[in-house]
Design a protein around this ligand. Structure first.
Ligand code: CP
Length: 372
């Protein structure tokens, strides 16, 4: 099963079944990054363009690595080195990129809705890597994957999301995802950054705005801290960063109100000593780097599923033949992803030149031609 839409624009458009499907698929892809040879031929011949109009360390790197580990060709374009600096519009940029027939365009843009505008004119699958303060769907997916690994489920967990909710696309995507999977979500932070109307963003009553940060953290299974997004704040939402740290920062004392086995998450980049104290960020309950590792697996899963992924088995995850490595260790190394289904999506994913049913047929034809 792939996903209903050919694009991934937001969590709000996914069903809970689709979310679980992405998470399950990502678990399968996680194993690839733990191998010595971290590459499979699944998307050989496909092209991924990463079009980033805002800074990024985690998202851009992991989309690039995800594409490379699936054997796709990946290209990075940043606003500062593109012809946008010469006055070209976003849509003209997209049309020109489309003329080179990419299969995926991954876009991060400061304007909410930019990925949706591209999706309306592009044949390529468009993936939202963060649009303004709107959504960051792959971040919420990697967060859910991390929660499931450590808590075994998302349903009925109490999740506190604290900090700059107003400007956070991570918060919006997580509000949609966590409530779709049945978590109870509490939002807290300075009143100027947590509008009470946010409770109306999702149906079902699983989302509430707490009046104090301690109230949201009380009894929480998961404490998710958000970055103060100074680049999106065009007004003084709180007196000073020092005051913010004192009144709203997550420190060990505040965390002691959560469940004893509560986990701490942060999407990064962190402002250490402001929204999160270093002893919490680096403490035993922090899963911040696990989130980053899971981001790679989630992005591999998203690329695979948007490519029409429907069959995912051990053979499909067979390694690409290492060019110089000793291949005797794994007799399957270099094997084609042996997708045996006649399903057309699976056939699309089968790298013909590398072998497999279609590849074997091609080799037979070549051999016959040679012997003639
Ligand atoms: N969490 C996240 O989106 O990080 P980057 O801005 O580094 O991509």
């Amino acid at each position: 099963m792939g996903l209903a839409s050919k694009h991934l624009l937001g969590i709000s458009e996914l069903t809970s079944a689709e979310i679980v499907h992405v998470l399950d698929t990502a678990e399968t892809f996680r194993a690839i990054s733990q191998r010595e040879i971290k590459k499979v031929p699944t998307l050989r011949g496909r092209t991924v363009i990463n079009l980033f109009f805002e800074a990024s360390t985690r998202t851009r790197t992991s989309f690039e690595l995800a594409g490379k580990r699936l054997s796709a060709d990946t290209i990075n374009i940043s606003a500062s080195t593109s012809s946008v600096t010469k006055g070209e519009t976003l849509l003209d940029t997209a049309r020109n990129l489309e003329a080179m027939s990419p299969d995926f365009i991954v876009i991060r843009h400061p304007s909410a809705g930019a990925p949706h505008a591209l999706a309306r004119i592009c044949r390529a699958a468009v993936i939202n890597a963060g649009d303004g303060a709107h959504e960051h769907p792959t971040q919420a997916l990697l967060d859910a994957m991390t929660i499931r690994q450590h808590k075994g489920r998302v349903e009925n967990l109490r999740v506190a999301i604290i900090g700059d909710i107003l400007h956070s696309r991570v918060a919006r995507s997580n509000m949609h995802l966590l409530t779709k999977l049945g978590a109870q979500v509490s939002l807290a932070g300075p009143g100027t950054l947590v509008p009470a109307e946010f409770e109306e963003l999702v149906a079902g009553g699983n989302l509430r705005v707490a009046s104090r940060i301690e109230e949201a953290i009380e009894g929480a299974d998961v404490v998710m801290v958000l970055r103060i997004q100074r680049e999106r704040q065009d007004a003084a939402f709180f007196p000073s960063l020092r005051e913010y740290a004192v009144h709203y920062g997550l420190n060990l004392k505040r965390l002691s109100g959560a469940q004893p086995d509560a986990i701490v998450m942060h999407p990064g980049p962190m402002n250490r000593g402001i929204e999160i104290a270093s002893d919490v960020a680096d403490g035993s309950r922090s899963l911040i780097l696990d989130q980053v590792s899971n981001g790679l697996a989630v992005r591999m899963a998203v690329l695979y599923l948007l490519a029409g992924g429907s069959v995912l088995n051990q053979n499909m995850l067979s390694q690409t033949k290492p060019e110089t490595a000793n291949t005797t260790a794994d007799p399957r190394a270099g094997a084609t992803p042996a997708v045996t289904s006649s399903n057309s999506a699976a056939e699309q994913l089968e790298p013909v030149a590398a072998g497999g049913q279609a590849g074997a047929e091609q080799k037979r034809r070549v051999k016959t031609a040679d012997s003639n």
